[in-house]
Design a protein around this ligand. Structure first.
Ligand SMILES: Nc1ncnc2c1ncn2[C@@H]1O[C@H](COP(=O)(O)OP(=O)(O)O)[C@@H](O)[C@H]1O
Ligand SMILES: [Mg+2]
Length: 416
């Protein structure tokens, strides 16, 4: 019935005019019976109304009803201007804010994006070895979060925890390239000393308006709002610097200090990495393999005990725990590293061109480095043992090579 009320209010003047017009016509007819063209017209209309009395009554009664209904609603609306009485009341937003500006801002919000989680997981797994569970989970999380049309917060704030050299930083890079988003990579160990660090990230208030001393993070997100922001080894940053990120995660924007501009973070993906609490997290992931809630609760505690700020932990959307590389996965990473190195020298590797003995030898040497050894050691070992022979092969004009272990040395042989 609301619509009837508001219709009545709008039509009240029309109803009134119609009634008045009919009354004037009748009056004219009775008191000024001279014969002009106008009289004829009026006569015609009123004659028609008289001839169709029921029809006229049927029209007049609703007209009067409409008039009174409109009249009373309007009177109430004027008496209580803040209420919704009256049908076409003023919208709360029109009264209390700038509604069109609000609507324009809402339209700016990121649209829902649908990605193929399976495809993303496959791409990630093909690059990041031995972390299948993390890759699957990460792809599913990102799919769900991108599909939300309005969130007012970043797509995700994800913590990657685990031993060094297990692919945490690498996964963030792969995520950026798989999603075709720019990667803003910050080595947080650089911000161990408070004040100045925040300036580098969020700009300096000393700058005058218009000067281009934007912070690296603010400028990066201004230019690429949907970037993957990698805060590498976050726990090494000063706690003040860490806390500067809270508005980015809670409120959906950061403020550039030089000109006070707010820069949206709602399209960005934040990836934090840490080596903290590695051992504790490894045993927790084994204990609570099938209980995600319990795993989250206990790993949160472990991170807190290792000195992580509770505000930061509370704001994490998800914690992904990386496994130490083992067995054939070490061989896979080693082979990939060797392939990258061969390509780095402008050469190609023949199919099946890496001698298994070579891989075994590297795994043995890496194993000897103890449990702290990581993929980074593999890179170093590979460099030591194959760089020279690759340079020789390049100098001799070969383009495709096989690597063979000969008497404890590695030799790059031209491939057919
Ligand atoms: N799981 C992995 N799969 C493939 N490559 C890896 C993996 N872990 C490490 N690497 C290689 O080792 C390098 C160093 O790993 P990184 O991602 O920096 O380790 P961290 O976990 O300490 O961040 C990477 O650039 C990558 O080439
Ligand atoms: Mg790293």
């Amino acid at each position: 019935m609301r619509w009837l009320g508001s219709l009545a209010t709008r039509l009240m003047p029309v109803a009134f005019l119609l009634i008045a017009a009919i009354a004037v016509a009748q009056f004219w007819l009775q008191h000024a019976p001279s014969s002009t063209a106008l009289d004829d017209a009026v006569h015609h209309v009123t004659g028609f109304l008289h001839g169709h009395a029921w029809w006229a009554l049927g029209m007049a009664i609703p007209l009067w009803l409409l008039f009174f209904l409109g009249y009373f609603r309007e009177r109430q609306r004027l008496a209580f201007p803040d209420s919704s009485v009256g049908g076409y009341f003023m919208d709360i937003l029109d009264r209390l804010t700038n509604r069109s500006a609000l609507e324009a801002r809402l339209a700016e919000q990121p649209d829902a994006v649908f990605i193929d989680a399976e495809q993303l997981a496959l791409t990630l797994k093909s690059k990041v070895i031995g972390q299948d569970a993390v890759c699957d989970d990460m792809a599913a999380q990102i799919r769900r979060r991108l599909a939300l049309k309005q969130r007012g917060k970043p797509v995700g704030v994800f913590l990657l925890a685990g031993p060094p050299g297990t692919g945490k930083t690498y996964l963030a890079k792969c995520l950026g390239s798989s999603l075709q988003r720019r990667l803003l990579h910050f080595d947080m160990t650089q911000f161990a000393s408070g004040g100045h660090g925040a300036t580098q990230l969020f700009g300096s208030s000393k700058g005058y308006v218009g000067s281009d001393n934007y912070g690296k993070l603010t400028a990066g997100l201004r230019d690429a709002p949907d970037a993957v922001v990698l805060l590498d080894e976050i726990e090494k940053a000063h706690s003040d610097v860490q806390k500067n990120f809270l508005t980015a995660w809670n409120d959906g924007f950061i403020t550039e200090a030089s000109d006070g501009k707010q820069i949206s973070t709602t399209q960005a993906i934040f990836i934090l990495t840490t080596n903290a609490a590695t051992d504790a997290l490894q045993s927790l992931i084994d204990q609570h393999k099938n209980d995600a809630d319990e795993l989250r609760r206990t790993s949160t505690n472990a991170l807190r005990e290792s000195g992580f700020a509770p505000e930061i932990i509370n704001r994490l959307d998800r914690i992904f725990i990386f496994r130490p590389l083992s067995g054939l996965d070490i061989a896979r990473v080693t082979a990939l590293e060797i392939e990258a190195m061969i390509k780095g020298y402008g050469l190609d590797v023949a199919r099946g061109g890496i001698d298994p003995e070579l891989l075994l030898d590297m795994m043995r040497r890496q194993g000897r480095l103890g449990s702290g050894a990581s993929a980074r050691d593999i890179v170093r070992l590979a460099e030591e043992s194959i760089a020279d022979t690759l340079i020789d092969a390049k100098q001799k004009g070969h383009s495709k090579v096989s690597l063979v272990a000969v008497d404890g040395r590695v030799v790059a042989r031209p491939a057919a």
